[in-house]
Design a binder for this molecule. Structure first.
Ligand code: HEM
Length: 304
């Protein structure tokens, strides 16, 4: 079985950085390959610096160009009245670097940018961080229902014999929060928005149908829960704050079903959380196995 990109499951890192790029139309295959080798080397060259992880995802067009297994482009979603929108901003390449501290992360991010500059333009350049005990900036713990690390690959890795085996599918969305509106709610009402208590993240006995977790907990046709493995992080400046939503799964269909539930496209009920946060980007990615990455961008031999 091919190996997944290990950075996907490396937990405990508090400094994150997300880059999204579009490949320029005139980029040659050779230049692209050199740039991708540079991206992989950017982290390989820093592996003694205190543990940075680098994850690479490809959008539909670039996956096809490189001969990787297919991935659907993010289609975009909207509630029936058009009030709630999740725009599609599908780009070609996603690079996620994370590590213990911003200094070691930024060294890798700069090397990645330098490697890609000849062939691609930067569309998203977003540092993120773990906020206190893994809370979203609303103050709620994010990740309580995430599968444990033993189970996470079962949920997120494409199985043997499937196209792209050993790799993962991912979804990213940059959300901007409206914290003034959310902070104005009583705590009991904030808890109703998520369906969990604020201090300890205990699931409410009676969750409203429009609570976030009521919307995103979805089952397949046999009633089995379709789980995802989430690695979202907050981002913030003095005047703007939000969450960079990041989730991995063994297919994109489960993300699609969760989003259709959130945007009221299944039963007409929309996710109340969307009254307090707005997505500005949305993409699906194929994160190939190490073997597939080695095929499209082989790392130079390292005899040291
Ligand atoms: C700004 C946007 C979002 C915020 C602030 C947010 C925050 C949270 C919080 C606080 C929880 C409860 C604790 C936990 O289990 O992690 C949660 C659960 C969850 N969220 Fe989100 N989330 C956001 C967007 C999304 C999106 C876009 C999806 C998928 C389309 C999603 C999928 C999930 C799932 C699957 C759970 C676990 C549900 C369960 O099984 O209990 N979230 N989220």
């Amino acid at each position: 079985m091919a190996r997944h990109q290990y950075g996907i499951f490396a937990e405990g890192t508090r400094s994150h950085h997300h880059l999204e790029l579009s490949v320029r139309p005139d980029a040659s295959d050779d230049a692209l390959r050199t740039a991708l080798i540079g991206v992989r080397s950017a982290n390989a060259d820093h592996r003694t610096n205190g543990g940075t992880n680098l994850v690479i995802g490809f959008g539909s067009a670039l996956a096809e160009r490189l001969g990787l297994a297919a991935v659907e482009p993010f289609p975009g979603y909207a509630s029936a009245d058009g009030r709630l929108q999740a725009p599609a901003t599908q780009r070609d390449l996603w690079v996620w670097v994370h590590g213990p501290t911003p200094d070691v992360v930024v060294d890798v991010v700069r090397a990645v940018h330098e490697a890609l500059a000849p062939v691609a333009s930067l569309e998203l350049d977003l540092p993120g961080f773990v906020y206190h005990d893994s809370r979203d900036l609303t103050g709620f713990i994010d990740g309580s229902a995430n599968p444990f690390l033993d189970d996470a690959p079962v949920v997120a890795v494409v199985g043997a014999g499937e196209p792209g085996e050993g790799g993962c599918l991912a979804m990213t969305m940059r959300f901007e929060h409206h914290l003034d509106r959310f902070d104005a709610l009583e705590v009991a009402d904030q808890e109703a928005v998520f369906g969990r208590t604020k201090p300890e993240s205990v699931e409410l006995d009676a969750k409203p149908a429009d609570a976030h977790i009521s919307r995103v907990e979805v089952d397949d046709e046999d009633g089995e829960e379709l789980k995802v493995y989430r690695r979202s992080v907050p981002w913030a400046t003095a005047s703007q704050q939000g969450l960079h939503f990041v989730a991995f799964g063994a297919d994109t269909a489960r993300f699609d079903l969760q989003l259709r539930h959130q945007y009221g496209l299944v039963d007409g009920i929309t996710d109340r959380l969307l009254e307090f946060t707005t997505p500005h980007t949305g993409s699906f990615w194929r994160c190939p196995s190490v073997e597939d990455l080695e095929r499209v961008a082989p790392l130079p031999d390292d005899d040291d």
